[in-house]
Design a binder for this molecule. Structure first.
Ligand code: NDP
Length: 486
């Protein structure tokens, strides 16, 4: 299946002004899956002008919250109707198992539903406790938002930005990752069909170094919401400074998954598996450092190896497959490079470490689940984000040492603690510097994720997506002081 796509600018489906296109070949088996416009700076100018006009002169920012909420709900309905089509595109473009792609579409619909509901609630406040005067603390939409997203959850991470930005009345220019532009353009179709005014949501596809950079530096953009690599995030901050744009950054991680001796080790091994092998380890909050108390080290590592052995790898289109393809040849080479570095540094490779071969594996980019044992916190494999199915096992003696190792990183995105001692769990939760902490689970405890703010400490970024915080970051605060005559 190969499809030809156009970009969405000002309500029109258009080609790049240069006429150039870019092709995407699936990492599953190398076949062509999509042809997209290769946008340039002039396309960014046109999209920003459309978003600017829709914000400055269009009906969108002045519409009531409930009216905007009703349109967001229509998008959620369309996502549910087209779930299978969207899931297929995600899997073909980035190589993950179809089962996970279906979940991503469902979770994206939930994000739109959550913000459809939140659009009914005013974020503004009134100050009324001084006779003769009244204060209003009004939240206004920040304006034109540039949304730049990575490929690892191409639809969900887009929704974390687009749904709250639209809910408060902003207009958007989205720039999806070049490996996975399809679902962003499909979301554009749904937003258009739902009846949003032209120019409220625009998409420009093309290389980050051109389209992303032009958007971030553009004087017509008021805010940049970026998810991606920490190095790219630093450059985004610099480029956005020209007109003092508001910036929120969701960047990389090297999250500690801490297992104490009193934990349920069977459950913890399941958490360790999900933490690093889910989505082939291409997860910003992956539990890529497994910190184990020495008494239970052998048992936990043995259990994790057993789990890695039984993890079903295969054709991502097979609903039974649990680990699919790595997004690209470059990413696979990066992961294999880190395996080499780990061996040179003296860590023990106790499972995996190679590219998977045979059958479909020879036609695409597949990596074995990989476990390094006896890793030291100072090693590069314990410090740098690998973004693949590679876990580093580090042993600790006591709680103090566990916390010291957990915080020995430039990142602070997430972490987990496994223990039956609730006091210890809360001590660790408080002392690990990370934006999300899991207790006796990894990646989720069954809570509605759209309600739980997400973001980083330290060099994992700043700003919070999801929940009320995720909406507030698309607003400016205006204080109004009123003298009343009676
Ligand atoms: P990149 O930083 O390479 O790319 C992210 C996006 O930025 C892409 O759309 C990319 O475009 C674009 N981009 C690239 N260069 C520039 C530039 N100079 N100016 C503006 N935009 C640019 O990250 P990846 O796509 O490789 O994603 C993986 C990274 O994302 C990992 O580090 C991961 O941890 C992080 N991530 C963080 C999450 C979080 O919430 N904290 C969630 C998921 C991932 P193009 O594709 O065309 O290069």
């Amino acid at each position: 299946m190969s499809d030809k796509f156009s970009m969405l600018i000002g309500g029109q489906w258009v080609e790049a002004r240069s006429g150039e296109v870019m092709e995407r070949h699936t990492p599953m088996d190398g076949s062509l899956v999509g042809v997209y416009p290769r946008g340039g700076r002039e396309d960014v100018d046109a999209a920003v002008a459309a978003a600017r006009a829709a914000f400055d002169g269009g009906p969108w920012p002045a519409m009531s919250g409930p009216q905007r909420g009703a349109l967001l709900m229509k998008v959620a309905e369309k996502l549910r109707e087209r779930q299978e089509e969207m899931a297929l595109r995600i899997t073909r473009e980035m190589g993950r198992p179809i089962r996970e792609s279906r979940n991503e579409v469902r979770e994206t619909a939930e994000v739109f539903e959550c913000y459809a509901g939140r659009a009914w609630q005013s974020l503004s406040e009134a100050v009324t406790h001084v006779p003769g005067s009244m204060g209003l603390i009004i939240r206004e939409p920040v304006g034109v938002v540039a949304v730049i997203t990575p490929w690892n959850f191409p639809l969900l991470l887009l929704s974390w930005k687009v749904a709250p930005a639209l809910a408060v009345g902003c207009t958007v220019v989205a720039k999806p990752a070049s490996y996975t532009p399809g679902v962003c353009l499909m979301l554009g179709e749904m937003i258009t069909e739902a009846g949003f005014p032209p120019g409220v949501f625009n998409v420009v596809t093309g290389p980050g170094s051109v389209v992303g950079d032009a958007l971030v530096a553009h004087p017509g953009v008021d805010k940049v919401a970026f998810t991606g690599d920490t190095a790219t995030g630093r450059s985004v901050m610099r480029s956005a400074s020209g007109n003092v744009k508001r910036v929120s950054l969701e960047l990389g991680g090297k999250s500690p998954n801490i297992v104490f001796a009193d934990a349920d080790i069977r459950a913890a091994s399941g958490g360790a598996q999900i933490g690093i092998f889910f989505n082939q380890g291409e997860v910003c909050q992956a539990g890529s450092r497994l910190l184990v108390q020495e008494e239970v080290h052998d048992e936990l590592v043995a259990r994790l190896i057993e789990r890695a052995k039984s993890l079903r790898m295969g054709d991502p289109m097979d609903p039974e497959t649990r680990m699919g393809a790595i997004v690209s040849r470059e990413q696979l080479d990066t992961i294999l490079g880190y395996v080499g570095i780990g061996k040179e540094e003296g860590a023990d490779l106790v499972y995996g470490g190679s590219r998977k071969s045979g059958g479909i594996f020879d036609r695409g980019y597949y990596m074995e689940p990989t476990i390094f044992d006896n890793v030291k916190s100072s090693m590069r494999i314990a410090q740098e984000e690998i973004f693949g199915p590679v876990v580093c096992v580090i042993t600790f003696k006591d709680e103090e040492e566990a916390i010291r190792i957990a915080n020995d990183t430039i990142y602070g995105l997430a972490g987990a603690v496994w223990t039956r001692d609730i006091d210890r769990a809360m001590r660790v939760v408080r002392r690990v510097k990370a934006g999300t902490m899991f207790v006796n689970c990894y990646l989720g405890a069954g809570l509605p994720l759209a309600e739980m703010p997400f973001g980083g400490f330290k060099q994992s970024g700043f700003g919070r997506e999801l929940g009320k915080a995720g909406m507030e970051q698309y607003t400016e605060i205006k204080s109004v002081h009123m003298r009343l005559t009676s």
